[in-house]
Design a protein around this ligand. Structure first.
Ligand code: SF4
Length: 308
C-alpha cells in the first residue's frame, strides 16, 4: 500500500490536491427526463448555458429539477480569467435575435425563477448592455410569472451601460466578486475589485436586491474572506452572498490551493449573517445560481412572481 507521505513526495502539492477530491464534492451525473427536456429546449433555441460552458458540478441536480442558467451574448468571452473554463477570444458576431430565443426558452422552461448570465463582450461599445436589457424585457413579456435574476459583467465600469440593465429592474442583480482583492491579478486580470464593489453599490442605491459570489480554495485566507464580507456589506449593502469551492477545470487553469471543509463553509455562513448579509449560500458545491430560487423565497420582498 502506498503511504500518504509517499504520494505527497511523488507529486507536486498541487497535483496531489487536485487528485484527492474529497467525498463532499462528489455530485450527481446529468441524465434523466428533466435533463433531456432542458437539453431539447436549449438546443432548439440555439442557446448556451453557463452550466455546460463552465462545467458546473451541479448539472445533474439542477437540470433534473428543470433549472439551467442561460448564458447570453454567445459563448466566447473577451476576458481570460484564471479560473474560468469558458472559451476566450474575439467573438465573431453579435446575435440580435438571441433575446427573443432566450425568452422563448424561459417560457418553455416554466420556472418560477430564472438566472441569466453572459460572457464579457468588452469589444462592444456598450459591452452588450443593450442586448441584456432587451433580453430582460422579452423574458418579462413572455413569462410575467417568472422572477428574473441577472448575473452581469462589469461593463468595464461604463455607468451608462450598467444603467441600461438597472433600468429594467431585474428582481436580483448579481455581480460576482469571485475572489479577494489580493488575488485579482491572477484570478480576474482584466477586472478591478473596487469597480465591482461600486457596481453593486450603484445597483443597491437604485433600490435593487443585490447579490455577489466568491470562490474559496484558490489562494485566499479565511481572514481575507471575512474582510471581503465586511467590505461588501459596509460599502455596497449587498443582500445575498454565495461561497463555493473553486474546482480547477483543466490543468491549464489556476491550481486548487486547498479544499475548504463543509465545517468552514458553515462558519463563513454564520459569520456573514452576523456581518449583515440577508442570505448566504455557502458550501462546497455552491455556485452563483445554485438554489437561486430558494434564496429568493427566503427574501419575502423578492419572492418569485408565481409564488403564493
Ligand atoms: S448551479 Fe447554476 S450553473 Fe451550475 S448547474 Fe445549477 S443552474 Fe447551472
Amino acid at each position: 500500500m502506498i503511504s500518504l507521505s509517499h504520494q505527497i513526495l511523488n507529486n507536486t502539492p498541487q497535483e496531489y490536491v487536485r487528485r484527492r477530491k474529497p467525498d463532499w464534492l462528489r455530485a450527481k451525473l446529468p441524465g434523466g427526463p428533466g435533463y433531456l427536456r432542458l437539453r431539447q429546449i436549449i438546443d432548439q433555441n440555439r442557446l448556451h448555458t453557463v452550466c455546460e460552458s463552465a462545467m458546473c458540478p451541479n448539472m445533474g441536480e439542477c437540470w433534473a429539477r428543470g433549472t439551467a442558467t442561460l448564458m447570453i451574448l454567445g459563448d466566447v468571452c473577451t476576458r481570460s480569467c484564471g479560473f474560468c473554463h469558458i472559451a476566450t477570444g474575439r467573438p465573431a458576431t453579435l446575435d440580435l435575435d438571441e433575446p427573443r430565443r432566450a425568452a422563448e426558452a424561459v417560457a418553455l422552461m416554466q420556472l418560477r425563477h430564472i438566472v441569466i448570465t453572459s460572457v464579457n463582450r468588452d469589444e462592444l461599445p456598450d459591452g452588450g448592455a443593450s442586448v441584456w436589457a432587451e433580453t430582460i424585457r422579452r423574458v418579462r413579456q413572455s413569462s410575467p410569472q417568472t422572477s428574473v435574476e441577472v448575473l452581469i459583467p462589469d461593463f468595464c465600469g461604463d455607468r451608462q451601460a450598467l444603467q441600461l440593465v438597472l433600468d429594467e429592474r431585474p428582481d436580483i442583480l448579481n455581480h460576482n466578486l469571485e475572489t479577494v482583492p489580493r488575488l485579482y491579478p491572477a484570478v480576474r486580470p482584466q477586472a478591478k475589485y473596487d469597480r465591482s464593489v461600486q457596481l453593486l453599490r450603484r445597483a443597491k442605491q437604485q433600490g435593487l436586491t443585490t447579490k455577489t459570489g466568491i470562490m474559496v480554495g484558490i489562494g485566499e485566507t479565511d481572514e481575507e474572506v471575512t474582510a471581503l464580507m465586511r467590505d461588501v456589506v459596509e460599502r455596497a449593502g449587498c443582500d445575498i452572498l454565495t461561497i463555493g469551492q473553486y474546482l480547477q477545470p483543466t490543468r491549464h487553469h489556476l491550481p486548487i490551493a486547498r479544499w475548504v471543509t463543509p465545517q468552514q463553509f458553515a462558519r463563513f455562513k454564520q459569520l456573514g449573517e452576523t456581518i449583515g448579509f440577508r442570505h448566504i449560500e455557502s458550501g462546497p458545491l455552491v455556485r452563483s445560481s445554485y438554489h437561486a430560487e430558494d434564496q429568493v423565497l427566503s427574501l419575502s420582498d423578492v419572492a418569485p412572481r408565481g409564488a403564493g
